[in-house]
Every structure is written in C-alpha cells, then in structure tokens.
Design a protein around this ligand. Structure first.
Ligand code: MN
Length: 412
C-alpha cells in the first residue's frame, strides 16, 4: 500500500472551505450532474463483462457526452477494475473518476492506489455500507450503533486521503428514516461531500421518493452542505420516474447506466433521464444529447446486450413507423408523431417502414426516392400488392422495386 499521500499544502480548515465552495458552486448552478455507473453497476449485469479496453472506449464516449463523474470500478474487489482505472488515468480528463469501497480502510487504500496520478478534484471514493435492518442483521451482523461507528470511521479515514468522499447507505430506502437521518448527519460531520441514496432493490415509486427526500431535507440540518446523489433500480420499471421525482426534491447528482443495464431489472437509463430533462425541463444538465444514440450503440455492442427495438431513445423503432396515418403525418411534419427529432439524439433519421399497415403516401414517397415514376393508380396497385405479401415479409427496396416493375408490366 502506498504511504498515505498528503492532500496538498492547505490546512485541514482551508481544505474544508475549498470543499464547501465546490459543493456550493454545484448546488447554486442548479445543474443536474450525471454520474455514470455503466462500468461498475452496469457491468454487474450477468453476461455484460467488459474488458479494460472496452471500458476505456466507453469512458471516452461518456466524457464526450458530458457526464460529471464515472463510477469507474471497485479496486478492492477486482484487479481488472484496477487495470481499467489505470488505463483511464491521463486519458479521461473532464469527469471525476470515483472508485467504489466498502467502509474498510483497505478498500480506501486500494482506491487511493488505483486513482493515483489524478488531481485531487478529479478523484473520489464512493463508500457504501448496508444500513437497513436486513443488511445490518444478515450481512453485517452489527447493531445500529456499531454500523454507524463503522461508517463514521471509514468516512474520516477517506477524508484524510480524498477531497471527494461520497457515502451511500446501501438499501437506504428500507432503512428506518430517523436512523438514516442520524447516519446522514454524522456522515456530513465526518467529512462526506456527497450523500448517495441507493434504492438498492428498486422498490420505490415517484410519490414515495418525494416523501423520502422531503423527510431527509427536513431532518438533516446540514444537508445543504453536501451534494445529494440518487441511484435507482428498475425492478418496478420506475427507476427513471423515481430519478425525476428525486430531482424535483433537490437531488443534485443522478446515477445512471447507459441503456439502463445493471443487476436484475437494471438501473435508471442515462439516455432516458437526459432526454426527459431536455424535452420537459430545458437543458438543465450538461449532457450533449446528440451523442446519446452512438453511446447507447457502443455499450450494446461491447457488452453484447442487444437494444430492444422499442427501447426509449435508442431503439431502432424510435423513428420508424409502419402505420399509414403516422407515415402521412411524419411526411407532412415530423413533429406530428415524434416526441423529439432524430437529430436531437444522434439517430439517423425517420424511417418509414413499408408493410401491411402502410398508406399510399409513404409508398409514393419511397418510390420517388428510388427514382421510380408511377401514376397514382399504379402506386395504389403497389400498395395493394404490399398488403398481400405473406405476414412477416420485410418490404425492402428490392422487393418494392420488383412490385413496381410487376405493376408496370401488368398495366403495359
Ligand atoms: Mn446498484
């Protein structure tokens, strides 16, 4: 283990003031900061193993997209995570790199070593410890006060080595609220700069999320001295909705994964949270949404987890339609049947799929694009032919050309 490094020339008091100033700067800006955990929680999805080079490629793209921090791995648990983090150092410049740690000194030392070489304001630790009755009793076998002591000591140890110290009470949403607030108060006193609240098993709803954060805001007097981070799982399909509810109650940092990958039902999908903001609340994040679809595709390709065609934001069907009325509307004005335009998320463009549900206008449009001139009557005959092809047949350009030729030949 490396000799514990001296943070810098500033006194402990000066460091406290500097940390406070950074937290207050983020809070005042009102910007929602994105913390990506694709490389850590996302990779915990069965079958989604990423090697260090894959992780570096994804990290570069996340940097371009504009995430504020990367949950880069769990150094104490995996040598591959250490390798991935080492590859990022010196290459990934803008986002803060954080490493996951249990509340034990050896994990914090492993993080310190893995993140060595980064400036203090670009490296942090993310400590976690189960705090719910189930976690205390079955995982930790510790009482409330023993658990609290473990947490406070670890935060103090981390704060001597890192300027950025996040603490997350694991399974926070099943932890007794008065106890959770006691932990939060003591974590702030011990030197945490961010408090993260994970909905570890994905049990929350938007309404409960709002009540939960209101309670915390009301019962932790110095909560405004730290950033509030949230981490929702999607077991009830509500991770993104809960993330929105938490932002409305003052969350500053949202933790997400690309494509929502992660354990069980996955995590809040970064691209969905980002678009929900852009579309509904204005650009309150620093995410460049025009790079979202390429990012989603890269993660899908490297993890081997396919994107469902109907995946929000990044699915292949987002800008495709086979329905005649919708095709007609899209041709007249794309906004008639789109939440946002393809260029907004970096997708190719609108795709009119020809099939049984298509209408005359879409067929005429595609024929024209292919340079095939036909009378209105002939277009209708092509449409009739399309409606008669066996179910499941894809009407690609070759099939369309052939059908057009047949119609022309018949009417000649
Ligand atoms: Mn998680």
């Amino acid at each position: 283990m490396p000799v514990h490094r001296v943070l810098n020339v500033f006194s402990r008091k000066a460091r406290q003031l500097i940390k406070q100033a950074i937290v207050q700067h983020h809070r005042r800006s009102g910007v929602v900061l994105f913390s990506d955990t694709t490389l850590r929680d996302g990779e915990q999805m069965p079958g989604a193993t990423l090697d260090p080079d894959d992780k570096l490629r994804i990290a570069k793209m996340l940097e371009e997209v504009g995430v504020h921090s990367l949950d880069a791995g769990f150094p104490a648990s995996s040598q591959a995570d250490v390798q991935a983090i080492r590859k990022m150092i010196g290459v990934i410049k803008k986002p803060v790199l954080t490493a996951l740690c249990r509340t034990v000194p050896s994990d914090i030392d492993a993080a310190d070593e893995a993140l060595d070489g980064l400036p203090d304001h670009k490296r942090g630790v993310s400590l976690f410890c189960g705090t719910s009755p189930l976690h205390r009793e079955y995982k930790l076998r510790k009482s409330k006060s023993e658990t609290l002591k473990l947490i406070v000591e670890a935060i103090r140890y981390a704060a001597e080595r890192f300027e950025i110290v996040a603490f997350a009470p694991e399974d926070s949403t099943r932890t007794e609220l008065p106890y959770l607030c006691q932990i939060a108060r003591e974590a702030i006193e011990a030197g945490a700069t961010t408090l993260g609240f994970p909905d570890t098993i994905g049990r929350m709803t938007p309404e409960k999320t709002r009540d939960f954060f209101r309670y915390i805001q009301d019962h932790v007097p110095k909560i405004d001295k730290v950033l509030i981070a949230v981490h929702f799982h999607n077991d009830l399909g509500l991770a993104v909705a809960n993330t929105l509810a938490a932002i409305q109650e003052g969350a500053n940092v949202v933790q997400c994964t690309v494509n929502g990958i992660g354990e069980r039902g996955g995590n809040a999908a970064l691209e969905e949270v980002a678009m929900m903001h852009e579309d509904q609340y204005g650009p309150v994040s620093r995410i460049d949404t025009t790079k979202l679809v390429p990012l989603c595709r890269l993660v899908s390709e490297l993890t081997g987890i396919p994107l469902p065609p109907n995946k929000a934001v990044s699915g292949t069907n987002m800008f495709a339609t086979e329905a005649g009325i919708h095709q007609d509307g899209l041709l007249k004005n794309p906004d008639t049947y789109l939440c946002y335009r393809p260029e907004k998320v970096g997708a190719e463009g609108i795709r009119l799929v020809l099939g049984r549900h298509s209408g005359r206008r879409a067929v005429a449009h595609r024929l024209q694009e292919l340079g095939i001139t036909m009378t209105d009557e002939q277009v209708l005959e092509v449409l009739n032919a399309i409606k008669q092809v066996p179910k499941g047949t894809v009407i690609d350009d070759d099939v369309l050309r052939q059908l057009a030729e047949d119609v022309k030949a018949a009417s000649a």
